[in-house]
Each structure stands twice: as C-alpha cells, then as structure tokens.
Design a protein around this ligand. Structure first.
Ligand code: DC
Length: 228
C-alpha cells in the first residue's frame, strides 16, 4: 500500500484521465474525484435556468448552488441542489457549453474550494485541467496525461456511439480541438503541464499499461514522500 496522500492528474479531453484515475483509486483504496463533473453540473443548472448568456446571473446562480459528489462502490453520483444529474451532465448540450462556464473565475473559486475540501486521511486521486497547477500544486504525484488528437477522438467517438449519439469521427475530432483550445487558452487556470508533472503519453498504451506505469511511479517514489 502506498503512502501517497494526493495524486493529481491533468490532461486534455479524451486522454484517459477518468478511466485511469478511477483504476488508480481502486488499486490504492483512494477516493476518486472527477472535477470535470463539477463544472458540468453547474453548466447543467445554468442551461436549465437559461442564464448562459448573462455572466452576472451565472455567478449568482452558482454562488447559491449546492454541488455534491457522492461516492458509492467506486461510482461517483453527482447532485445539484439534491437533484441527481449524474447522466444529464454528459449530454452534448452540456459538453458544448462547459468550457465557457469554466472560464469564469468566481465559478472556479467556488469549485476549487469544494475540491480542496475532499482532502482526507484516505488519500485522493483527482483529475481535471488545473489540479496539478492550482488545486493541489503540492500533490505527492503530479501526472500530465496526453494522447494524440486522433487517438483521443477515436476513444470519444466509441463512447458516444455506445450512447447511440449520431456523430462521426470528424465531428468529434473538431469539437475536441475546439474544447482543447478554449480550455488551454483561457486566462484563469488554463490547462497546461506543471513544470514538475510527469507526462504520460497514452496513445499506444492499453488502460492496464497506463495504470501499471503510474503505479510504478507511485511505488518507486515512496522513499521521497513528504511527511504528511
Ligand atoms: O473532464 P471533462 O471533459 O468532464 O471536463 C469538462 C470541462 O470542465 C472541460 O472542458 C474543462 C472544465 N474543467 C476545468 O476547467 N477544470 C477542471 N479541473 C476540470 C474540468
């Protein structure tokens, strides 16, 4: 069993962050925190209340929002004001608008506070866009996951086809490129590799291959652990 307390994983959409983070959390008995789900949950509510084009209204709506992740047998359930939105936040409508919402600093501040609040005795694996740079810059292990754009688009296409969405490769690739652009060029907490994060390119690796590689990093770094 590792003594790591916080493992932070960032990377672009489709790099495999959630699949890998879940498996690492399972292997080490840590809590898995999907921070993208939180940005999706507030975007869902903003769309539902029809305030997407009004920054002030978005900020005041989110200020009063109760965003909650519930962890059950390795699964994460997402709630907004006690309404379960676990599936609804994965819709294309939310995916299309979430980058805009997550560029707003007041909204980020609220969600970053919630994310930091998950730090506990058990240990955490968090994944997102700013975990290694802003949320937990002193995490015990910082990983930047990447994969080629074609590989990421193929993975996302398979997920969407499984949900019977009517999309093709070029459409998925274009929307990934657009989301990457917005997430990495925004002013506040853009997606970028932290100087001391370890880059893992998953393009030609299986899921197990990536999990083994990160497990090796965790286990080979045990002697360098900071006192907790
Ligand atoms: O990981 P995901 O695709 O579910 O994330 C949805 C969006 O949320 C992503 O396009 C950018 C935003 N996000 C963010 O800005 N910061 C995070 N830590 C996680 C996600």
């Amino acid at each position: 069993m590792s003594n790591f307390k916080i493992i932070a994983i960032d990377g672009p959409s489709g790099s495999g962050k959630s699949t890998i983070a879940k498996k690492i959390a399972e292997r080490y008995g840590y809590l898995y925190v999907d921070t993208g789900a939180m940005y999706r949950a507030v975007t869902y509510e903003i769309l539902k209340k029809n305030v997407i084009n009004d920054i002030e209204k978005m900020i005041s709506l989110v200020a009063d929002l109760d965003v909650e992740l519930k962890f059950e047998n390795g699964l994460t359930r997402v709630f907004v004001n006690r309404e379960e939105v676990t599936d609804a936040i994965r819709s294309s409508r939310v995916t299309e608008r979430v980058s805009e919402v997550s560029a707003i600093s007041e909204i980020r501040e609220k969600l970053v506070d919630l994310q930091r609040g998950y730090a506990n005795q058990q240990g955490l694996v968090l994944e997102g866009r700013d975990i290694t740079t802003v949320v937990f810059p002193n995490a015990d292990l910082k990983i930047f996951l990447t994969a080629s754009i074609d590989e990421r688009a193929s993975r996302r296409l398979l997920e969407l086809l499984a949900k019977e969405e009517d999309v093709d490769f070029e459409f998925v690739k274009k929307s990934l490129i657009e989301r990457d652009r917005k997430d990495s060029t925004r002013e506040i907490s853009p997606l970028k590799k932290a100087g001391d994060a370890i880059e893992v390119d998953t393009t030609n690796l299986s899921i197990e291959g990536v999990v083994d590689k990160i497990s090796l990093l965790i286990e080979s770094n045990i002697e360098n652990l900071k006192p907790s």
